[in-house]
Design a protein around this ligand. Structure first.
Ligand code: ZN
Length: 498
């Protein structure tokens, strides 16, 4: 009997615990609504990791080069100028390299079909609300056997605007370089990450106790990460390496001023998750009914905007569309989308479509199959977790495709049939004129929601096309009503209605 009673109480306690967990989980899953006037969009709070920063993208489609550069923008001018200085110097060097390559006569057989490329993207780590680390991944391709891969890390105090370096992080009089050197070598050798590419001598050399060996670091909420570029601690083929050392292991050498930063209270008690980058709750967005279209309808057009979302430009375009009951398709970048989940939700809830434009706008034709998949899948994940809906169409950056890309992309590939080169002209009248002169039934137009002049062109384009009797549809709607009744196929390329 006694045993039964005990089991009964244990059972009761378990039920109560489960109830409590249920309450807590439910509270965390609640999606706050924003208080702005107008339609109520369900808002997903951003990850605390990227809270308070914006993303800026520079994307150029040069004749001989592709440029996709992304960098964070904080509320501190001092920090922003350090970041832009670094970014701009890379762009300037790259462009002067390309100019040199194209000086002189055209080589026999002409220029190569691929383009030279610079891509800079970044990861964010956060020790606490004030201390943030950016890790920039720089990839440039200017011919030769390898793409050039470089790393740059910067850690800042967002409050003071000052740079945080290793001397701030560790006690000045401690032998911290010796300790991190020893711990790094140990971890690289013992973790097994290097597999059969482990060469202990190479590891010890690359982690020798010198400041320059540890200049790439990031501070997370519970550890310090040191990055080692290609070749520093292992052969090129092993790729970039890192070690992740918990603060607990470093307590005797960490600078007490640094440790004393009150982490919990400063962050409103929200622990900073390292992964995932975006909240993963399901979102209940209402997708409005699609317009009634007939395959015999003529004068259908799908207008598309690439490279966003942008915190103001995309919203203004959506305002213009809404005023005229029109829809468009937005091919968004995953690395930008993670900052603006509420814009993604607005696009869907107003009947427009989101397409996948990859994570960081790299030329897919220069990537391995694994890297192509990652560019696509990471972007799908961000869009799905913000809107509940994963895109079913994709557009490759720079329109670059080959057999490899077509095989790896698990969706119809969408190009365009009308291109006003808005990124180049940045002139409202030229953009409007080009689109109005060239647009015919079934066309897909291309613009970029990163430029003010593009935003200004939207109203006049919509008004005139409406006056000419056009109906605006999303790309998926357009291809669902191909005149030949064919349905879009995975890996096939479409640049207009068939
Ligand atoms: Zn693009």
């Amino acid at each position: 009997m006694k045993k039964l009673t005990r089991n009964f109480y244990i059972g009761l306690a378990v039920v109560f615990l489960l109830f409590l967990i249920g309450v807590i989980v439910n509270r965390e899953m609640e999606i706050p609504k924003n208080g702005k006037e107008g339609p109520e969009y369900l808002t997903v709070s951003k990850s605390p990791k990227i809270e308070g920063i914006d993303i800026e993208s520079i994307i150029e489609y040069g004749e001989h080069y592709s440029l996709g550069v992304h960098y964070p923008v904080t509320k501190q001018d001092e920090i922003n100028s350090k970041i832009t200085e670094f970014v701009q110097s890379h762009i300037a060097n790259f462009k002067s390299d390309v100019t040199l390559l194209f000086e002189g006569p055209v080589p026999p057989g002409g220029y190569p079909s691929w383009k030279y490329e610079l891509n800079i993207d970044y990861d964010v780590h956060r020790y606490c609300k004030e201390i943030i680390s950016f890790k920039f991944n720089i990839i440039s391709y200017t011919g030769g056997a390898h793409t050039i891969r470089d790393i740059k890390t910067m850690t800042f105090n967002l409050e003071s605007g000052k740079v945080v370096d290793l001397n701030d992080t560790f006690k000045e009089d401690s032998n911290y370089i010796d300790i991190i050197s020893q711990k790094s070598a140990e971890q690289l050798i013992e973790s097994g990450r290097l597999g059969n590419m482990l060469n202990e001598e190479w590891v010890r050399d690359g982690t020798a106790p010198k400041e320059e060996n540890f200049k790439h670091f990031a501070l997370t909420d519970n550890s310090i990460i040191f990055y080692f570029p290609h070749y520093q601690v292992a052969p090129w083929i092993a790729g970039e390496q890192y070690v992740d050392i918990m603060y607990e292991e470093l307590l005797t050498i960490l600078n007490p001023d640094f440790i004393n930063i009150p982490k919990e209270s400063d962050n409103d008690g929200i622990p900073i998750p390292e992964k995932p980058n975006v909240p993963e709750q399901p979102i209940g967005i209402e997708k409005p009914e699609a317009p009634i279209i007939d395959k015999d309808d003529s004068l259908l057009v799908a207008i598309t905007f690439d490279d966003g979302p942008h915190p103001s430009y995309t919203n203004t375009i959506l305002d213009e569309l809404k005023k005229r009951n029109a829809v468009a398709t937005f091919f968004v970048l995953g690395n930008r989308a993670q900052y603006y989940p509420e814009i993604l939700q607005r696009i869907i809830s107003e009947g427009s479509e989101i397409g996948n434009h990859t994570w960081s706008h790299k030329q897919l034709t220069l990537l391995t199959p694994e890297d192509i998949k990652k560019q696509i899948n990471d972007t799908q994940r961000v869009i799905k977790s913000s809107t509940g809906i994963a895109p079913t169409i994709m557009r490759p950056p720079y329109g670059s495709i080959n057999k490899n890309v077509r095989q790896q992309v698990n969706m119809p590939i969408i190009l365009w049939s009308v291109d006003p080169e808005d990124w180049k002209y940045k002139d409202r009248d030229i953009i409007v004129g080009h689109i109005l002169t060239h647009t015919k039934d079934g066309d897909i137009t291309l613009q970029h929601d990163l430029y003010k002049t593009t935003v200004e062109s939207v109203g006049p384009i919509l008004d005139e096309l409406i006056a000419r009797g056009y109906k605006f549809v999303t790309v998926s709607q357009l291809l669902d009503f191909n005149k030949d009744s064919s349905k879009p196929i995975t890996g096939e390329v479409y640049s207009k209605r068939k």
